[in-house]
Design a protein around this ligand. Sequence first.
Ligand code: B12
Ligand code: SF4
Length: 658
Amino acid sequence: MATKIMFINAIDVADKIATALPPLGLGYLASSLRKEFGPNCIEFKIVDRAVEQEIKEFNPDIIGISSVSQNYNWAIEYARIAKKYNLPVIVGGVHISALPSTLTRDMDVGVIGEGEEAIVDLFNLFTKEGYFDKKELAKLDGVVFRDREDKIVVTEKGKPTAPLDSIIMPARDLLKINESTYMFTSRGCPYRCTFCSSCRFWGKVRFFSAEYVVNEVKLLVNKYKVRVIAFADDLFAANKARVKRILELLKEEDIIGKVKFTCNVRSNTATNELVLLLKKMNVKAIGMGLESGAPNTLEYLKGPNISIKDHENAITIFRKHGIEPYSSFIIGSPQESREDILQTLSFIKENQLFSFDLYVLTPFPGTPVWDYAKARDLVNEHMDWDILNVNFKSNSDKAIILSEKLTRAEIRRLFSQFVKIKRKMKKKAKTKRIGERPVQADLTNMLHKPNGYYSATRENMLKYIPKDVKTTLEFGCGFGGFSAMVKKRLGAETWAVEIDKGAAQEAAKKVDKVINADAVESLKDIPDNYFDCIFFLDILEHLVDPYSLLCAVKTKLTKQGVIVASIPNIRYYRTFVDFVLHGNWDYLDQGILDKTHLRFFTYKSILRMFESLGFEILSIEGIHPTSSRTFRVLNTLLLNTFADVRYIHFACVVRPKS
Ligand code: B12
Ligand code: SF4
């Protein structure tokens, strides 16, 4: 019978980004175990919530917990729950690696550093004895446990795995992989910024070979239909020759253009040559930890070999080549003055970053900043780990203030000045983008698109397409699922327009003709008087000017040709209640308040739009009604005057008036 391992990712499940990205570290552990013991010897389950319930249902033999410092309270709690069921507990990740002494009595063993080899050793040990024999544990490298006298024992740190290609790609079949995801092409960083725990965790810098990297990209694109890949390495471009080779292989494998990339770069390494390579790879955005616009603070945080000039040059070069530069900044270093912080603010205002994140200096275990805080009794090994939460907005009362020059209140006030600038930048970037590329969603939004966003087939819209259509045209076809269905079920010749190159290539496998361009550009390549039906399925709301496009496509229709559209309803019950009763207008990754919507429609405004453009409305009906009983009761009491509020979308069929 297979042994059952349950891995627990100790994260804040309310954090959208943390849950949108799969825990690759645990995926690497699973693939390492599979390589050693075969595919069927172990049954895995990876969870991040409802832990007790999951334990009862899965009935595991071993528990493994992964945690960063700010989530360590959860790791402690999960270990306690596991011990209620007498389960052996292994803990790993950056926190226990930096502070092995925080191993609790509910945790049998902690793994220090990389886990691929350690988990195999521990599994072997456990299956041999049925428990973790302390004498045997003492023989392993890089583990922490309590001996019989309850004393913490830390064994010698193991050597970092080398070459990295010997590591098997993470077991993504156990994880949820979205169309935007991340992967690693290296481990470690050659620099030693004072606040950074990552470079200290990984030790020596090591690279996966270009061949390994491109194979993983290929797997993500072909098997998991991934569209955006973030290289989450600390410094993806640390080895230029390898970047060149990756580019060559991506070209050979015909992957360029099918997937967008983002990566991290240190500003002093951003040369024209490197940026051109990244651009050719289809890198659309880059992250830089610029950290400060004040020379003294910059030197304290990142050392002497980087300057504000490097930052400015890097931003200019990336902008010049059309790659969006993002950055993070840190305020609140011990000797940083109010003027220094304002200098960073001016730096942000004067340079053309696309966006930035701001943090208040946090002492991560294992870093010089931790040692500084410890020497001042601001942290210790028994502290409440929630305090290390780096989200200053929600943690400003508890966050550790390391500044010797500014009070908590002053830092709070300065922080809010950055927040205002960030909001303005966001607004500006959006307006500019609207002018530049009308229908393209921005990369940061794409990074959070849920699975299936580009591959939805919308079968429920098929009934609105006239049965006798011979030629159809779809705007914004994504992967082409709907047009492919029309072709299969109604036998029509299908054309489609899709702005995204990768999606267009995928659609071209199923649709007769796909034009890879934005809607307006595509018109010149589309024949007049040719289509019996043109459809816009949840597309018009993404356009700056849906009116002109609707007018322009009239000439593309045959005499009896119709337009079929599905359009989200901004007055939909849940959106309406949230807005009117709770005052919320929160943009989301999908749905009616999708961040990439530029226009909002109601039943009446849809009618007005088509009528004012000279269309005859053949039918309009609500689809996707709410199932809320409260709504039904209210609407009945209000004599059905809120009928339109019931629907998420309206499906319309219209035809130009003769
Ligand atoms: C990708 C990433 C993210 C992703 C996480 C995606 C995900 N679902 O896992 C996102 C963007 C969500 C994220 C958010 C945050 N991150 Co982050 N993140 C990283 C990054 C760049 C890589 C992490 C990673 O996947 N590594 C690759 C895998 C292979 O490594 P690993 O997970 O550590 O696992 C290995 C070992 O640790 C060990 N191991 C891990 N778990 C276990 C369990 C067992 C049982 C065993 C045996 C072994 C084991 O074996 C694994 C294989 O070798 C690191 C920096 C870095 N380069 O490592 C920072 C890093 C981990 N993040 C950090 C921080 C601070 C955060 C945030 C708190 C910051 C924020 N801005 O909000 C949040 C918290 C999120 C959370 N986990 O709750 C810090 C942590 C510092 C600390 N001491 O706590 C790091 C180290 C960066 C830094 N500033 O130095 N992060
Ligand atoms: S460059 Fe980035 S990864 Fe490297 S030490 Fe500095 S902060 Fe850490």
